[in-house]
Design a binder for this molecule. Structure first.
Ligand code: ZN
Length: 290
Protein backbone atom coordinates (compact mmCIF):
# COMPACT_ATOMS: atom_id res chain seq x y z
CA UNK A 1 0.00 0.00 0.00
CA UNK A 2 1.30 3.44 -0.91
CA UNK A 3 2.05 5.52 2.17
CA UNK A 4 4.08 8.50 0.93
CA UNK A 5 2.15 11.29 -0.79
CA UNK A 6 4.67 14.06 -1.62
CA UNK A 7 2.18 16.82 -2.54
CA UNK A 8 -0.08 16.02 0.40
CA UNK A 9 2.81 16.18 2.88
CA UNK A 10 4.72 19.03 1.25
CA UNK A 11 1.77 21.34 0.57
CA UNK A 12 -1.44 19.98 2.08
CA UNK A 13 -0.40 19.41 5.67
CA UNK A 14 1.66 22.63 6.00
CA UNK A 15 -1.42 24.50 4.70
CA UNK A 16 -3.54 22.90 7.42
CA UNK A 17 -0.83 23.84 9.93
CA UNK A 18 -0.84 27.43 8.71
CA UNK A 19 -4.65 27.66 8.92
CA UNK A 20 -4.53 26.15 12.42
CA UNK A 21 -1.89 28.72 13.49
CA UNK A 22 -4.21 31.53 12.38
CA UNK A 23 -7.17 30.04 14.30
CA UNK A 24 -4.93 29.52 17.36
CA UNK A 25 -3.94 33.19 17.40
CA UNK A 26 -7.49 34.39 16.71
CA UNK A 27 -9.12 32.27 19.43
CA UNK A 28 -6.62 33.68 21.95
CA UNK A 29 -7.35 37.25 20.79
CA UNK A 30 -11.12 36.96 20.34
CA UNK A 31 -12.53 33.99 22.24
CA UNK A 32 -16.13 32.96 21.56
CA UNK A 33 -16.94 31.10 24.80
CA UNK A 34 -15.20 31.46 28.18
CA UNK A 35 -12.76 28.63 28.93
CA UNK A 36 -13.41 26.49 32.04
CA UNK A 37 -10.02 24.75 32.26
CA UNK A 38 -6.48 26.18 32.01
CA UNK A 39 -5.05 26.23 28.51
CA UNK A 40 -1.78 24.36 29.24
CA UNK A 41 -3.80 21.54 30.84
CA UNK A 42 -6.06 21.38 27.78
CA UNK A 43 -3.15 21.32 25.36
CA UNK A 44 -1.44 18.55 27.31
CA UNK A 45 -4.53 16.31 27.50
CA UNK A 46 -5.81 16.86 23.97
CA UNK A 47 -2.26 16.76 22.60
CA UNK A 48 -1.72 13.33 24.22
CA UNK A 49 -5.00 11.94 22.83
CA UNK A 50 -4.09 13.30 19.38
CA UNK A 51 -0.54 11.91 19.56
CA UNK A 52 -1.99 8.39 19.67
CA UNK A 53 -4.67 9.01 17.03
CA UNK A 54 -2.78 11.01 14.39
CA UNK A 55 -0.41 8.21 13.29
CA UNK A 56 -3.50 6.07 12.60
CA UNK A 57 -4.91 8.91 10.51
CA UNK A 58 -1.78 9.53 8.47
CA UNK A 59 -0.47 5.95 8.18
CA UNK A 60 -3.72 4.00 7.92
CA UNK A 61 -6.74 6.17 7.09
CA UNK A 62 -5.15 8.39 4.42
CA UNK A 63 -3.35 5.50 2.62
CA UNK A 64 -6.51 3.37 2.92
CA UNK A 65 -8.70 6.04 1.36
CA UNK A 66 -6.12 6.70 -1.35
CA UNK A 67 -5.91 2.97 -2.14
CA UNK A 68 -9.73 2.80 -2.42
CA UNK A 69 -9.73 5.71 -4.88
CA UNK A 70 -6.83 4.21 -6.86
CA UNK A 71 -8.58 0.84 -7.05
CA UNK A 72 -11.81 2.44 -8.34
CA UNK A 73 -9.80 4.39 -10.94
CA UNK A 74 -8.04 1.28 -12.23
CA UNK A 75 -11.24 -0.79 -12.36
CA UNK A 76 -13.29 2.09 -13.75
CA UNK A 77 -15.60 1.35 -10.84
CA UNK A 78 -18.10 3.52 -8.97
CA UNK A 79 -20.93 5.94 -9.57
CA UNK A 80 -18.75 8.76 -10.92
CA UNK A 81 -17.04 6.47 -13.45
CA UNK A 82 -20.35 5.05 -14.67
CA UNK A 83 -21.89 8.50 -15.18
CA UNK A 84 -19.16 9.41 -17.73
CA UNK A 85 -19.10 13.06 -16.69
CA UNK A 86 -16.57 15.68 -17.79
CA UNK A 87 -13.56 15.68 -15.46
CA UNK A 88 -14.38 18.97 -13.70
CA UNK A 89 -17.92 17.82 -12.94
CA UNK A 90 -16.70 14.44 -11.71
CA UNK A 91 -14.40 16.23 -9.27
CA UNK A 92 -17.08 18.71 -8.15
CA UNK A 93 -19.72 16.04 -7.54
CA UNK A 94 -17.09 13.79 -5.97
CA UNK A 95 -16.15 16.54 -3.49
CA UNK A 96 -19.79 17.01 -2.51
CA UNK A 97 -20.38 13.27 -2.17
CA UNK A 98 -17.28 12.86 -0.01
CA UNK A 99 -18.59 15.56 2.30
CA UNK A 100 -22.08 14.04 2.35
CA UNK A 101 -20.75 10.59 3.30
CA UNK A 102 -18.83 12.21 6.15
CA UNK A 103 -22.06 13.80 7.37
CA UNK A 104 -23.64 10.33 7.40
CA UNK A 105 -20.61 8.88 9.21
CA UNK A 106 -20.89 11.57 11.89
CA UNK A 107 -24.60 10.74 12.36
CA UNK A 108 -23.61 7.08 12.70
CA UNK A 109 -20.99 7.96 15.34
CA UNK A 110 -23.82 9.38 17.44
CA UNK A 111 -26.48 6.74 16.73
CA UNK A 112 -24.45 3.54 17.10
CA UNK A 113 -23.67 2.56 20.70
CA UNK A 114 -20.32 1.03 19.77
CA UNK A 115 -19.18 4.02 17.72
CA UNK A 116 -20.45 6.50 20.32
CA UNK A 117 -18.16 4.89 22.90
CA UNK A 118 -15.22 6.15 20.84
CA UNK A 119 -16.73 9.44 19.64
CA UNK A 120 -17.57 10.27 23.26
CA UNK A 121 -13.87 10.85 23.90
CA UNK A 122 -14.08 13.81 21.51
CA UNK A 123 -17.34 15.13 23.00
CA UNK A 124 -16.39 14.74 26.67
CA UNK A 125 -13.98 17.69 26.37
CA UNK A 126 -15.08 20.33 28.90
CA UNK A 127 -14.19 23.18 26.54
CA UNK A 128 -14.23 23.46 22.80
CA UNK A 129 -11.29 25.00 20.98
CA UNK A 130 -8.71 24.24 18.30
CA UNK A 131 -7.14 21.46 20.39
CA UNK A 132 -10.50 19.59 20.40
CA UNK A 133 -10.25 19.32 16.61
CA UNK A 134 -7.67 16.54 16.99
CA UNK A 135 -8.96 14.99 20.23
CA UNK A 136 -10.19 11.75 18.68
CA UNK A 137 -9.72 8.27 20.04
CA UNK A 138 -7.42 6.16 17.85
CA UNK A 139 -10.26 3.59 17.67
CA UNK A 140 -12.54 6.13 15.97
CA UNK A 141 -9.91 6.79 13.30
CA UNK A 142 -9.38 3.05 12.72
CA UNK A 143 -13.14 2.41 12.58
CA UNK A 144 -13.54 5.06 9.89
CA UNK A 145 -11.08 3.33 7.50
CA UNK A 146 -13.49 0.65 6.14
CA UNK A 147 -16.41 3.11 6.03
CA UNK A 148 -14.60 5.91 4.24
CA UNK A 149 -12.73 3.46 2.00
CA UNK A 150 -15.97 1.77 0.93
CA UNK A 151 -17.69 5.11 0.34
CA UNK A 152 -14.80 6.26 -1.88
CA UNK A 153 -14.81 3.01 -3.88
CA UNK A 154 -18.60 3.05 -4.37
CA UNK A 155 -18.67 6.63 -5.56
CA UNK A 156 -15.50 6.12 -7.62
CA UNK A 157 -13.75 9.18 -6.21
CA UNK A 158 -10.37 9.78 -7.92
CA UNK A 159 -7.39 9.28 -5.59
CA UNK A 160 -6.10 12.84 -6.17
CA UNK A 161 -9.52 14.20 -5.15
CA UNK A 162 -9.47 12.04 -2.01
CA UNK A 163 -6.20 13.68 -0.89
CA UNK A 164 -7.39 17.17 -1.85
CA UNK A 165 -10.66 16.68 0.03
CA UNK A 166 -8.76 15.46 3.10
CA UNK A 167 -6.71 18.68 3.25
CA UNK A 168 -9.85 20.84 3.08
CA UNK A 169 -11.62 18.50 5.54
CA UNK A 170 -8.81 18.94 8.10
CA UNK A 171 -8.64 22.73 7.66
CA UNK A 172 -12.43 23.01 8.04
CA UNK A 173 -12.52 20.70 11.07
CA UNK A 174 -9.89 22.89 12.73
CA UNK A 175 -11.89 26.01 11.80
CA UNK A 176 -15.27 24.99 13.21
CA UNK A 177 -13.77 23.69 16.45
CA UNK A 178 -11.83 26.93 17.04
CA UNK A 179 -13.13 29.06 19.90
CA UNK A 180 -12.93 32.11 17.66
CA UNK A 181 -15.55 34.83 17.81
CA UNK A 182 -15.94 35.81 14.19
CA UNK A 183 -17.85 39.05 13.56
CA UNK A 184 -21.48 37.96 13.78
CA UNK A 185 -22.66 39.28 10.36
CA UNK A 186 -19.69 37.56 8.69
CA UNK A 187 -20.34 34.23 10.40
CA UNK A 188 -24.06 34.36 9.63
CA UNK A 189 -23.30 34.68 5.91
CA UNK A 190 -20.50 32.14 5.99
CA UNK A 191 -22.79 29.67 7.73
CA UNK A 192 -25.11 29.62 4.73
CA UNK A 193 -22.37 27.57 3.09
CA UNK A 194 -19.88 26.32 5.70
CA UNK A 195 -19.96 24.86 9.19
CA UNK A 196 -18.81 27.67 11.50
CA UNK A 197 -17.64 27.81 15.16
CA UNK A 198 -21.03 28.93 16.53
CA UNK A 199 -22.87 26.19 14.62
CA UNK A 200 -20.47 23.48 15.76
CA UNK A 201 -20.44 24.84 19.33
CA UNK A 202 -24.11 23.84 19.58
CA UNK A 203 -23.16 20.29 18.50
CA UNK A 204 -20.88 20.06 21.57
CA UNK A 205 -23.63 21.13 24.03
CA UNK A 206 -24.59 18.94 27.02
CA UNK A 207 -28.25 19.21 25.91
CA UNK A 208 -29.02 15.97 24.03
CA UNK A 209 -31.16 17.55 21.29
CA UNK A 210 -28.34 19.97 20.55
CA UNK A 211 -25.59 17.33 20.44
CA UNK A 212 -27.81 15.36 18.07
CA UNK A 213 -27.80 18.16 15.54
CA UNK A 214 -25.30 20.00 13.32
CA UNK A 215 -23.39 16.93 12.09
CA UNK A 216 -22.00 18.47 8.88
CA UNK A 217 -18.23 18.82 8.41
CA UNK A 218 -17.47 21.22 5.54
CA UNK A 219 -20.78 22.31 3.99
CA UNK A 220 -23.66 23.13 6.33
CA UNK A 221 -26.15 22.07 3.64
CA UNK A 222 -26.42 18.43 4.75
CA UNK A 223 -27.95 19.42 8.08
CA UNK A 224 -30.37 21.67 6.22
CA UNK A 225 -31.25 18.80 3.89
CA UNK A 226 -31.92 16.37 6.75
CA UNK A 227 -33.46 18.97 9.08
CA UNK A 228 -30.83 18.29 11.70
CA UNK A 229 -29.79 21.95 11.87
CA UNK A 230 -30.22 23.97 15.11
CA UNK A 231 -28.89 27.49 15.10
CA UNK A 232 -30.72 29.69 17.61
CA UNK A 233 -28.79 28.81 20.78
CA UNK A 234 -26.66 31.71 22.08
CA UNK A 235 -23.06 30.57 22.65
CA UNK A 236 -23.05 32.07 26.15
CA UNK A 237 -25.76 29.56 27.08
CA UNK A 238 -24.00 26.52 25.63
CA UNK A 239 -22.39 24.25 28.24
CA UNK A 240 -19.77 22.16 26.46
CA UNK A 241 -19.33 18.45 27.09
CA UNK A 242 -21.14 15.21 27.93
CA UNK A 243 -23.27 15.56 31.10
CA UNK A 244 -22.08 12.35 32.79
CA UNK A 245 -18.41 13.34 32.45
CA UNK A 246 -18.12 16.67 34.26
CA UNK A 247 -15.24 15.80 36.59
CA UNK A 248 -11.93 17.28 35.37
CA UNK A 249 -10.11 14.51 37.28
CA UNK A 250 -11.48 12.02 34.75
CA UNK A 251 -9.84 13.94 31.93
CA UNK A 252 -6.49 12.18 31.91
CA UNK A 253 -5.04 10.73 28.68
CA UNK A 254 -5.06 7.28 30.30
CA UNK A 255 -8.71 7.46 31.40
CA UNK A 256 -9.75 8.85 28.01
CA UNK A 257 -7.95 5.99 26.27
CA UNK A 258 -9.92 3.43 28.30
CA UNK A 259 -13.23 5.32 28.18
CA UNK A 260 -14.68 3.39 25.17
CA UNK A 261 -14.19 0.14 27.07
CA UNK A 262 -16.13 1.20 30.17
CA UNK A 263 -19.93 1.19 30.60
CA UNK A 264 -21.69 4.07 28.84
CA UNK A 265 -23.17 6.37 31.45
CA UNK A 266 -26.75 7.65 31.00
CA UNK A 267 -27.14 11.11 29.50
CA UNK A 268 -27.47 12.94 32.81
CA UNK A 269 -25.46 15.15 35.14
CA UNK A 270 -23.77 13.59 38.19
CA UNK A 271 -26.73 14.76 40.35
CA UNK A 272 -29.15 12.84 38.11
CA UNK A 273 -30.74 15.78 36.28
CA UNK A 274 -31.05 15.70 32.50
CA UNK A 275 -29.82 18.95 30.93
CA UNK A 276 -32.52 20.70 28.92
CA UNK A 277 -32.93 24.00 27.14
CA UNK A 278 -35.72 26.09 28.69
CA UNK A 279 -39.16 25.09 27.47
CA UNK A 280 -39.80 28.31 25.59
CA UNK A 281 -36.97 27.66 23.12
CA UNK A 282 -38.25 26.46 19.81
CA UNK A 283 -35.26 25.41 17.78
CA UNK A 284 -34.73 27.26 14.54
CA UNK A 285 -32.68 26.24 11.53
CA UNK A 286 -32.49 29.74 10.12
CA UNK A 287 -31.58 32.09 12.99
CA UNK A 288 -27.96 31.77 14.02
CA UNK A 289 -27.59 33.40 17.44
CA UNK A 290 -24.56 35.58 18.29
ZN1 ZN B 1 -20.11 14.61 17.13
Amino acid sequence: MKIIFPKFDKWGMPLVGLAAAVYFIMEARKPLRPRTRPKPERLLINGSVAAAALPALRLLLVPGMYAAGRWAEKQNFGLLAWLRLPTWLRYAIGFLLLDYTNYLWHVLLHKSDVLWRFHQVHHSDLDLDLSTAWRFHIGENIASVPYRGAAIALMGAPSSLVLFYEVIFEACTAFHHANWQLPYPVERRLNQVLVTPRMHGIHHSIVAQETNSNFSVIFSWWDRLHQSLRLNVPQQKVVIGVPAYRDPKEQTPKKLFWLPFTAIRPWQLPDGTVPERDEKTKYSSTHLCP
